[in-house]
Structures are given as structure tokens and as C-alpha cells.
Design a protein around this ligand. Structure first.
Ligand SMILES: [Zn+2]
Length: 239
């Protein structure tokens, strides 16, 4: 089909509908749905009457698609930005400053695989870290010793972690962040074992368990804006 001098690929589906619908697929072609009895001439006429809208929309969809196709230059791992490089391998391979990935992965697919890789690493690394931080906190605040918190991991959109009863959940997203910020979130949730709200008692305890918490909170906020852009991920803002 020609529109404003450009040949535009399209798919035509006939069905028992009453009017013509025009959809623009992400790859930049038209999907037309037409009633069985609508003639090609009528379809062409309707398309022509919407040529301006279609051209604009096509351009927008193609630009979006290209942005997604473009490779992300880097990926954050424990607070370090590793360069992404496509390689002749079957799985991710991480070195000191590079994260190599199989050639055939690209676009949105690559992001999802990176995110899953991130979550899997978090599941490997965080239980131990949690245990260590908890023991450290117990050595400062003896009242914590009577707790035996259950530790969980989840990918969360809005929050870094939470503490419900004696169950502490941490966002796997944190694997992208520097270890001291992960420790900060863990300490914060551990404080909630004793103090459920963010009252005076809570802050007094947090001050003892993680004296640098103000800086950490600020760093987490700043970094999350940067990382959300890089890794197309959510930007949690609640601890
Ligand atoms: Zn909190």
C-alpha cells in the first residue's frame, strides 16, 4: 500500500466486524481489520482519508522500536557499570568490567534476560549477606537476638524492601546497587522488627545500626534515577 509516496507493508484481516480498524504494529506495518463485505476500494479510500494520522503514528512507532533495539551500553552490578558486549556464547559471562551476552539476544528480549540474570544473582548472594548483617546488628542491639527473621526475595516495583511480622523481603533490584546501600536497606528492615513505624524509636535504632543512613538514603535515590534509565527498570522509592 502506498501512502504519501512510501510503500507501507500491511496485513488485512477480514471478520464479522462492522467497520474498518487500523492498528500500527511495533515493527512499523499496518494491521487492518475489515468487515467481510467491505470492498478494497472502500478500504483504500478510508486509509487515504487517515493518511496524515497514519504517517505520524508510523514514524513514532518506528522511533520507539529503534530505541528499544539499540543496545544498552552498560549494566549495573553491585554498584559498578559493566560494559555490555555481544559474544559467541550461550549464557551471560561476567568479567571484572564486562558483561558478555549471547549474540542472538537483542532489544527487549535482552533487557528481560538481563533482569532475570540480575534476580538470579541476587538470590544467590543475598541470603548470606542478610545473615551477616543481621548478626552484626545483633552485636549492636541485643534485643534483636530474640528474633529469627524469615528472609525472602522478590522483584518489586515500588519498594526496596519490607518487614511484615518477622518476615523481611528484599527487592532483587538491589543487586544492581553498591553493597553498602544493600546493607543499609537490610538494616532499615531489621529495625522494623522492633519498631513497626518510622517513629523516634525507629530512627534512634537505625542511627545505631547504620550511622550513615542519611547519606545512604540519598545515594539510593540518586542512583535509582540513573539505573532506571540504564536498565529500563522501575525506580522504587520506599524503604
Ligand atoms: Zn521503613
Amino acid at each position: 500500500m502506498r501512502l504519501n509516496g512510501e510503500e507501507i507493508p500491511y496485513q488485512l484481516h477480514r471478520s464479522r466486524r462492522r467497520s474498518l480498524s487500523i492498528q500500527i504494529a511495533h515493527e512499523g506495518y499496518l494491521v487492518l481489520r475489515a468487515p467481510f463485505r467491505m470492498s478494497q476500494k472502500d478500504i483504500d479510500r478510508l486509509i487515504a482519508s487517515k493518511a496524515g494520522w497514519i504517517t505520524k503514528k508510523l514514524q513514532y512507532v518506528r522511533e520507539q522500536h529503534q530505541q528499544v533495539q539499540a543496545l544498552p551500553p552498560s549494566w549495573p552490578v553491585l554498584g559498578r557499570l559493566l560494559s555490555l558486549r555481544s559474544s559467541d556464547i550461550k549464557h551471560f559471562r561476567q568479567t571484572a568490567d564486562e558483561l558478555a551476552f549471547p549474540k542472538k539476544w537483542s532489544g527487549e528480549d535482552l533487557y528481560e534476560k538481563l533482569q532475570s540474570w540480575n534476580d538470579a544473582r541476587a538470590r544467590e548472594a543475598f541470603p548470606n549477606r542478610f545473615e551477616q548483617v543481621f548478626r552484626h546488628c545483633c552485636s549492636i542491639e541485643a534485643r534483636l537476638e530474640r528474633y529469627d527473621p524469615e528472609f525472602r526475595l522478590r522483584r518489586m516495583k515500588r519498594s526496596w524492601g519490607n518487614c511484615r511480622g518477622e518476615r523481611i523481603t528484599l527487592n532483587t533490584e538491589l543487586y544492581k546497587y553498591p553493597p553498602e546501600l544493600i546493607n543499609y536497606v537490610i538494616c532499615h528492615e531489621i529495625c522494623h522488627l522492633i519498631h513497626k513505624d518510622h517513629g523516634r524509636g525507629f530512627y534512634a535504632l537505625q542511627e545505631r545500626l547504620y550511622p550513615n543512613w542519611r547519606q545512604a538514603r540519598e545515594d539510593l535515590k540518586q542512583l535509582s534515577m540513573q539505573y532506571a534509565r540504564i536498565s529500563h527498570s522501575s525506580q522504587p522509592n520506599v524503604v
